[in-house]
Design a protein around this ligand. Structure first.
Ligand code: BYC
Length: 320
């Protein structure tokens, strides 16, 4: 007697759609853990955009020329916009912006470790654009093909703007490197401070990353943390050489057999310490964020009052 074939479970049907590269949309059935993982990752990503405005905002009033100032201002505004697209994408999964912000402000939700480092010199605006946005692009271009539709679509626009950000960072570095000896030294000193924290942005090594395996199966992530870190090193070393800068890693060496660079070990103790809230600027960043939120309360109230008034007017018009 033939054994009857069992109908696929919702989980199996869901995985089959993922395997066929069908995008998951907000009203589709999805496992709770998929929804939870996406809310975690997208909201963390949105928080990173908001907190990421702070280290650069620090230099808007001190940019060396009007041209530099307007470019930096535009970049920081873009980041606010990225945060908004991402919060909207996360809201389609059933959470609210108020809840996400409350989690950020209470210290419950994470944001990228990189923004807990201080921006001490103008060259840091170059390094943040060149290295940090460079890392962000490598991580985010594959997210344009992530399995959740609203996240993937938000990332398309974000990536276009990030490419412009990276170009401007590289151009700041190039100008400094082609300038006086003191300017070149400033660029090198900045690279020395930002190189390793940027490598940490990609997250823990694959064998210490609890989320990677499942997120790869669900095609939320298209590459592992270590794969992206390697791509980043391979992309950045020639750019540093072009600028005449030295990457601060004695173990950095081209590996002919692998056709990739070997590089030193990231200081994971430092990474986890920053992630747990003990980095140089964690306290300052969170405080600035909470203060900005509180000071913006009147704007939110005014916008809501305006929306309510308009709705009431429209209701009267419809009734008439
Ligand atoms: N910082 O299992 P794992 C930008 C956490 S760029 C803090 O590998 P996952 C910008 C991780 O959340 C930056 N925490 O996790 C650029 C997890 O903890 P929970 C934002 C980190 O999610 C320039 C735990 O460690 N980009 O916005 O599979 C200007 C174990 O990790 C970090 C994104 O968010 C870190 N660096 O992989 C302005 C991109 N790394 O949540 C703005 C989207 C790991 O379990 N996100 N953790 O408690 C991703 O691609 C992934 O979430 C990650 C981590 C690769 C970051």
């Amino acid at each position: 007697m033939e054994t009857p074939t069992l109908a696929p479970t919702p989980e199996e049907q869901f995985q089959a759609r993922i395997d066929a590269d069908v995008r998951i949309e907000p009203k589709d059935w999805m496992p709770d853990a998929y929804r939870k993982t996406l809310i975690r990752q997208i909201s963390q990503h949105a928080h990173s955009e908001l907190v990421g405005m702070l280290p650069e905002g620090n230099w808007i009033t001190r940019a060396p020329s009007l041209r530099r100032k307007s470019i930096l201002l535009a970049k920081v505004q873009d980041e606010a916009g990225h945060g908004l697209y991402l919060y909207s994408a996360a809201e389609t999964l059933g959470t609210t912006r108020d809840q996400m912000l409350a989690d950020l402000h209470s210290g419950k939700a994470k944001y990228s470790s990189i923004f807990n480092y201080p921006t001490l010199s103008w060259a840091d605006m170059g390094c943040v654009g060149w290295l940090v946005d460079g890392a962000a692009i490598l991580n985010q271009v594959p997210l344009c093909r992530t399995s959740y539709g609203p996240y993937a679509r938000a990332m398309v626009r974000v990536c276009k703007e990030e490419s412009f950000h990276q170009r401007q960072g590289f151009e700041v570095m190039q100008t400094l490197c082609e300038g006086s000896a003191v300017q070149k030294e400033m660029a090198q000193e900045s690279l020395n401070r930002w190189w390793w924290p940027t490598l940490m942005m990609f997250g823990p090594a694959d064998d210490a990353s609890p989320n990677t395996e499942q997120s790869m199966k669900w095609r939320i992530k298209r590459f592992t943390n270590d794969e992206l870190r390697q791509k980043f090193v391979d992309m950045m070393v020639p750019q540093a050489e072009f600028l005449g800068l030295t990457v601060p890693d004695e173990k950095l060496k081209w590996n002919e057999a692998r056709q990739a660079y070997d590089f030193g070990e990231v200081n994971w103790d430092e990474f986890w310490s920053v992630v747990k809230g003990n980095g140089m600027c964690n306290h300052e960043r969170l405080q600035a964020r909470v203060q900005a939120h509180e000071e913006g309360a009147w704007v939110r109230e005014a916008a809501l009052a305006h929306a309510e008034k308009r709705q009431a007017r429209e209701a009267v018009a419809v009734a008439a």
